[in-house]
Design a binder for this molecule. Structure first.
Ligand SMILES: C[S@@+](CC[C@H](N)C(=O)[O-])C[C@H]1O[C@@H](n2cnc3c(N)ncnc32)[C@H](O)[C@@H]1O
Length: 253
């Protein structure tokens, strides 16, 4: 199965879990997105890889007219139902891949993506599309899990991510984001990072990881090099702490 079909199938099967997942439904970054929408004054905003819609709700609550966009039809059904429950009439949904956007050039003031880009088959293509659909001077905010610069910890992260979810592509380093964003026609990003604690059982359950693969994840984490285990603060039950980042950048002329 091709990667995008794999991602759509995996996420479609667990769409409801992402609505209630605490690490997706909460986070200081959501209030920050609402503030950004307020600061921009009712912007036209696009949420790429909206999942169960938490970034999109925050933007709509901040006054944005939001297009919530995702590969998975099941995720979009969850978003439509939840938006209606919250009375968010300025939120619309559309299905598709980040790498190819069905929107006209210069349609949006703001493009946001939260915890989705590490699932994209080809980030450079998606960034070029994000730039195309932004108005000149428009902003892009990427929020995602970040890989450590140290290869020993980076490899551990990608390994457990792929074992947990076969549609995982790559958590990028901040240095890789800076290069990809500037190559796609964006300014050097302003970056903030914070720890994202992961409860081991909930992290596996959310993706319905099989017992075989869960056993492999436990083994890989338990026997990893000390400096990598220390980086992720691996605990006795397998719980650990990821790094998340907010990268804000602007479309250059
Ligand atoms: C972890 S969820 C996103 C969480 C959500 N943004 C939030 O704020 O809670 C990842 C989402 O990315 C979507 N996705 C994966 N690859 C994609 C792609 N190439 N284009 C668009 N969406 C994609 C999946 O279908 C899934 O719904």
């Amino acid at each position: 199965m091709k990667q995008q079909a794999l991602a759509a199938k995996r996420f479609g099967a667990v769409a409801q879990e992402y609505l209630t997942s605490s690490c997706h439904a909460r986070g200081v970054d959501l209030a920050r997105l609402a503030d950004l929408a307020r600061e921009l004054g009712r912007p036209m905003a696009l949420d790429l890889g909206c999942g169960a819609g938490h970034a999109a709700y925050a933007l709509a609550e901040g006054g944005a007219e939001v297009m919530a966009y995702d590969l998975s039809a099941e995720m979009l059904t969850v978003v439509e139902e939840e938006a209606a429950r919250r009375g968010l009439t300025s939120l619309h949904v559309r299905q598709g891949a980040a790498e190819r956007l069905p929107f006209d050039d210069g349609s949006f003031d703001l493009v946001v993506t939260r915890y989705s880009a590490h699932h994209w088959a080809y980030v450079p293509a998606a960034l070029r599309e994000a730039r195309r659909v932004l108005k000149p001077g428009g902003s892009l905010v990427v929020i995602d899990v970040i890989a450590p610069e140290a290869p020993v910890a980076d490899t551990l992260l990608q390994t457990v991510e792929l074992l947990r979810d076969p549609s995982h592509v790559r958590d990028y380093r901040v240095s890789e984001w800076a290069v990809m964003l500037q190559a796609a026609g964006f300014s050097a990003p302003e970056t903030d990072m914070w720890p994202l604690p992961m409860d081991f059982a909930a992290w596996l359950a959310r993706m319905e990881t099989s017992e075989l693969r869960a056993k492999a994840v436990r083994d890989v984490l338990a026997k990893a090099a000390e400096e990598a285990r220390r980086h992720f603060h691996v605990e006795a039950d397998g719980s650990f702490s990821l790094d998340a980042a907010w990268l804000r950048t602007t479309r250059t002329a």
